[in-house]
Design a protein around this ligand. Structure first.
Ligand code: UDP
Length: 323
């Protein structure tokens, strides 16, 4: 298929693009490079350097791409930043997303795969979280993603634009070529590697008084290649649907840290800090709907394999992407 990918220079977008290309799809990447990297853009794509705030530019690029489907990764995704700068999140993740949908209407593109998040659920009432769990986001990032989910519902109702919404749990891991390089890094696994690579003296553990076995937050880490496979399967889906994407297995911050210590061979000193505002204590996915309806099964569920694939990329790219 011809696929129009927003945010294709970012972490998850670039690796989904690589998987799409490897399976024979044709890809146009639309990215403003505010968070993404030029060297994360696969040379096999057509690249349009532009902003989702520019609706005319989206329409022009989409028309030229002859897109049959859109994958929408382009967004801001830092919980902490969203707590202090909510406007950025509502503008980029909600208002600019509406530009994208209106461009789809103008170009007659009727299918979108959207990157949503388990942060739309808030603190779980029951674990694992299934897709019908109440959504009460704890931060503007999660709220902005939930708003766009709702907008998608109404664009289906009014205009028959069909959506597949993926609520990612914690995307992690890398491929040989593409990896995780955020301009401001706040994520656990890359932060651990910064210590192992000698760029930071210690890891900060945010919160050791949660109601979990070792007091630290629990997350469900899912390999980026498994996310990519779900996206490719979603292209075949005719009906609008929402899917969680996770392994159904939760690991604490300390567990991930210990796995990374073994894999890197570095002691990775850690200091205990207060809780990070906006963090839920425990997020674990119930992903049986994706398994049943998309025939999706994670191929790399073990946290050790996920951390190891990420370490391979970070070790060979200690400063991330050059541009
Ligand atoms: N975390 C931490 N130290 C760090 C980065 C993250 O203790 O340097 C914790 C964070 O509070 C959360 C978990 O690790 O409980 C995963 O955080 P991350 O930012 O990787 O993903 P999120 O779950 O926020 O999307």
């Amino acid at each position: 298929m011809k696929v129009f990918v927003t945010g294709g220079a970012g972490y998850i977008g670039s690796i989904c693009v690589e998987a799409l290309l490897d399976e024979g799809h044709t890809v146009t990447v639309f990215d403003n490079l505010s968070e993404g990297h030029r060297s994360a853009i696969d040379p096999r794509v057509k690249f349009v350097h532009a902003d989702l705030g520019d609706r005319a530019k989206i329409t022009q690029a989409m028309r030229e791409s002859q897109a049959e489907a859109v994958m929408h990764f382009g967004a801001n995704a830092l919980v902490g930043e969203s707590m202090v700068n909510p406007g950025k999140y509502f503008r980029n993740n909600v208002a600019n997303g509406v530009n994208l949908l209106d461009a789809m209407l103008e170009c007659g593109v009727k299918k979108i795969v959207f990157s949503s998040t388990c942060a739309t659920y808030g603190n779980p009432i029951k674990v694992p979280l299934t897709e019908d769990h109440p959504q009460n986001p704890l931060n503007p990032y999660g709220a902005s993603k939930l708003m766009f989910e709702q907008i998608l519902k109404w664009y289906d109702h009014a205009h028959q634009i069909k959506h597949v919404i993926f609520r990612y749990f914690n995307a992690a891991g890398c491929t040989a070529k593409y990896g995780e390089h955020h301009k401001v890094e706040t994520h656990l696994i890359p932060n651990i590697f910064s210590v192992a690579l000698g760029k930071k003296a210690h890891l900060e553990i945010y919160g050791t008084d949660y109601d979990t076995q070792d007091g630290t937050c629990i997350r469900d880490y899912i390999h980026i290649l498994d996310l990519a496979q779900a996206h490719i399967r979603a292209l075949k889906r005719q009906e609008s649907t929402i899917y969680n994407l996770g392994n159904g297995e939760g690991y604490s911050v300390r567990h991930v840290l210990n796995a990374a210590r073994k894999i890197t061979g570095h002691p990775v000193p850690a200091i205990e800090k207060p809780r990070r505002p906006g963090d839920a204590s425990r997020l674990i996915s119930g992903s049986s709907r994706a398994a049943t309806e998309l025939g999706w099964a994670p191929r790399f569920p073990k946290i050790e394999d996920i951390v190891e694939s990420a370490w391979k990329w970070h070790r060979t790219h200690p400063d991330g992407y050059p541009d």
